[in-house]
Design a protein around this ligand. Structure first.
Ligand SMILES: *[C@@H]1O[C@H](CO)[C@@H](O)[C@H](O)[C@H]1NC(C)=O
Ligand SMILES: *[C@@H]1O[C@H](CO)[C@@H](O)[C@H](O)[C@H]1NC(C)=O
Ligand SMILES: *[C@@H]1O[C@H](CO)[C@@H](O)[C@H](O)[C@H]1NC(C)=O
Length: 377
């Protein structure tokens, strides 16, 4: 439920970052995201500013569009800025002065400023459900903002995927510099609106009796780190990491990369376990765009370019629709348990095949050879 009040609050964010009615905003993100719809479109209405809408983000056309339409600010998510940095030419001929978004990595942030000039970047943290969000005006590289008094960080066991409690069954605050589960206190003045017509899903987002009997907190499902100065850094989403070859793979990062392929409508990345291997190897469940077909060669080249070896998914599963959980997140556990056996899974499966540099259909033969160790992963 997005209340009118919340819509108004979010639509004011660009103004808080110093945007004015003379500004021209370039929106390349999907409009069904809160980012584009409320920060972007509603933000422009709020400011009386001009909005330039692009059907699909193009790194190649980005700066030309900015020049053509006199763009002064834009919205980003995830890897968008990285894609701009991956363009060959340095480009400082533009009037962009402000960027607002979520998910830029510190290394990309630094490179971005070097390549494209002194653009003010406002990185924020916020969830669709949560009332509070962080935004800082200090331009501190990497930080998503500073903690407010309503937010708390709880000690969390990532591998067991549960909160760490003391002898009285209460939660413990995470120490500075260590990832903690971010929760927001829910009170009469700061209510949680919940999900439309789904009480059960709404209740699942809440933690009760956290520090004292009767208190209520909204579980964001995100792990953040706070430094000594109170700046916050995004670390991970709970349950979204698996280990492969001794490395941690953040599934959201892999999904963001695969999501940039033109034939991908939706992608859900998780780890499947294989006999005789430590950890889990990556699998990407993909829903294809209408009228598009899966292109194994293209995907191979793409993941090779953008992901380290351990994070490249070895398996792909094509799905008609993505299964989601009661809390509207991609269903992972169920898919992970189904594994990659082509005798059990009726949907098309593909295997990352190094000799042909492509994802090829996963046959019973390949499956057998992976299990027997004849094909090494
Ligand atoms: C951009 O600015 C220039 C110079 O002020 C102006 O001539 C041009 O018409 C503007 N372009 C658009 C699309 O508004
Ligand atoms: C951002 O950080 C600065 C400096 O630490 C602080 O003065 C300011 O109040 C913060 N702004 C917000 C909106 O939290
Ligand atoms: C969010 O919380 C603040 C208090 O922190 C409260 O004043 C406000 O009404 C809440 N907004 C919404 C949309 O629930």
């Amino acid at each position: 439920i997005i209340t009118h009040l919340r819509t108004l609050v979010v639509s004011l964010v660009f103004a808080q970052c110093g945007a004015v009615s003379q500004d021209i905003m370039y929106v390349t993100l999907p409009l069904y995201h809160i980012s584009a719809s409320l920060l972007g479109i509603a933000g422009c209405i709020q400011l009386g500013a001009t909005c330039v809408l692009k059907k699909k983000f193009s790194a190649r056309q980005f700066w030309n569009d900015c020049r053509k339409y006199n763009v002064t600010m834009f919205l980003y998510i995830g890897e968008l800025c990285r894609y701009l940095c991956n363009q060959k030419e340095e480009d400082r001929v533009h009037e962009v002065r402000l960027a607002l978004g979520n998910g830029i990595r510190p290394s990309v942030w630094k490179e971005f400023l070097m390549r494209f000039g002194p653009i003010k970047i406002f990185e924020f943290y916020g969830s669709t459900e949560g009332n509070l969000s962080f935004l800082n005006y200090t331009n501190k590289i990497g930080a998503v903002g500073r903690a407010g008094i309503f937010s708390k960080f709880l000690k969390y066991d990532v591998w067991k995927q549960e909160l760490i409690k003391d002898e009285n069954g209460r939660c413990i605050k995470a120490p500075l510099g260590k990832p903690g589960l971010l929760v927001f206190q829910v009170t009469k003045d700061a209510p949680f609106s919940g999900y439309v017509g789904n009480k059960e899903a709404s209740e699942k987002k809440l933690l009760r009796n956290v520090f004292v009997e009767g208190d209520v907190y909204l579980d964001t499902g995100d792990l953040l780190v706070m430094d000594e100065d109170g700046f916050l850094y995004f670390s991970d989403r709970v349950g979204d990491t698996f280990r492969w070859k001794g490395e941690n793979v953040a599934t959201s990062e892999v999904a963001e990369i695969i999501g940039m392929m033109d034939f991908v409508q939706e992608v859900n990345v998780y780890g499947v376990s294989i006999k005789n291997y430590e950890g889990r190897t990556g699998m990407a469940a993909i829903v294809l765009k209408r009228y598009h077909t899966f292109n194994g060669e293209k995907l191979y080249k793409h993941v090779e370019n953008f992901l380290p070896n351990y994070a490249q998914p070895r398996f792909v599963r094509i799905m008609d629709v993505m299964q989601i959980t009661a809390t509207f997140k991609h269903q992972k556990i169920h898919l992970a348990n189904e594994g990659f056996n082509p005798e059990i899974i009726s949907e098309p499966l593909y295997f990352m095949h190094e000799p042909t540099r492509s994802y090829i259909p996963l046959t019973k033969e390949i499956y057998k050879n992976v299990l027997s160790g004849e094909i090494r992963l």
